[in-house]
Design a protein around this ligand. Structure first.
Ligand code: NAP
Length: 247
């Protein structure tokens, strides 16, 4: 129960990796602010799971790419829960298209959710963390931001940018009791990869030394580790959770 008394916000925690993170942080003792953009029922299911663990949880609908919705969610959540000191920037989308065919809308949409989303949430929560002299910011990036991927220039730029943001912010707040780290998954079994063609997933398995895709809980455990108050000398790092696909 290393996170007893703490409040976490996990963006995009109605499904997939975010859902697993929200539940695992609750298992570690944290109350959890669950966030979703459209799947209310799925978010309420996660809230139910967390409450059954004996922790507080509420689901808030907010599109993290929108500053006003992000601010509104945080105002309401802090009124209900108190200070949010653990922020997991997990919400993310893909709009895959080779660069020659990509539209400006597809480019911007991915950057707005995957990069401006973290900007919005960090921007609102960081002053509180500084004031309280403790905080954990954990950004969910991607192997694609490290090695590139055909048809994912928008996503690779957003995730690569989020890694650079992680390191820069880690330096800026290093003396303030706040750590800023990234967890970089390889290919994980979620709705996001369910739409990837079978032949592409077969080649992913071949390129992965472990020969399989990962599970959301295998990403969540790295987040739980970084959120632990004892992980206090680890900042600006990227933990790869990719079955050895990129070392
Ligand atoms: P997923 O199954 O598609 O779930 C996405 C989650 O993000 C959902 O909870 C969704 O809410 C939420 N979301 C989407 N757009 C949002 C927005 N604008 N504002 C707030 N919430 C939003 O995705 P996933 O596979 O779990 O991925 C989670 C994170 O891991 C993403 O950042 C992704 O880029 C990263 N990642 C995934 C993989 C992988 O193989 N799956 C690999 C590397 C990195 P709704 O349910 O309401 O739609």
């Amino acid at each position: 129960m290393e996170l007893e008394g703490k409040v976490s916000l996990v963006s995009g925690s109605s499904r997939g990796i975010g859902r697993a993170i929200a539940i695992m942080l609750a298992e570690a003792g944290s109350d959890v602010v669950v966030n979703y953009v459209s799947n209310r029922d799925a978010a309420e299911e996660v809230v139910g799971r967390i409450k059954r663990l004996g922790r507080r949880a509420v689901a808030y609908q907010a599109d993290v790419s929108k500053t006003d919705q992000s601010m509104d969610m945080i105002e309401k959540a802090q009124k209900e829960f108190g200070l949010i000191q653990i922020l997991v920037n997990n919400a993310g989308i893909t709009r895959d298209r080779s660069f020659l065919k990509i539209s400006p809308e597809q480019w911007h949409e991915v950057l707005l959710v995957n990069l401006n989303g973290p900007f919005n949430l960090i921007g609102r929560l960081l002053p509180n963390m500084v004031e309280s002299k403790w905080g954990r910011i954990i950004n969910i990036t991607s192997i694609v931001g490290q090695i590139g991927s055909f048809g994912q220039s928008n996503y690779a730029v957003a995730k690569g940018g989020l890694m650079a943001f992680t390191k820069t912010l880690a330096k800026e707040v290093a003396t303030k009791g706040i750590t800023v780290n990234a967890v970089s998954p390889g290919y994980i079994e979620t709705d996001m990869t369910a739409v990837v063609p079978d032949n592409v997933l077969d080649s992913v398995r071949q390129l992965t030394p472990m020969g399989r895709l990962g599970k959301p809980e295998e990403v969540a455990i790295a987040v739980r580790f970084l959120a632990d108050p004892r992980a206090s000398f680890i900042t600006g790092t990227i933990i790869n959770v990719n079955g050895g696909m990129y070392m």
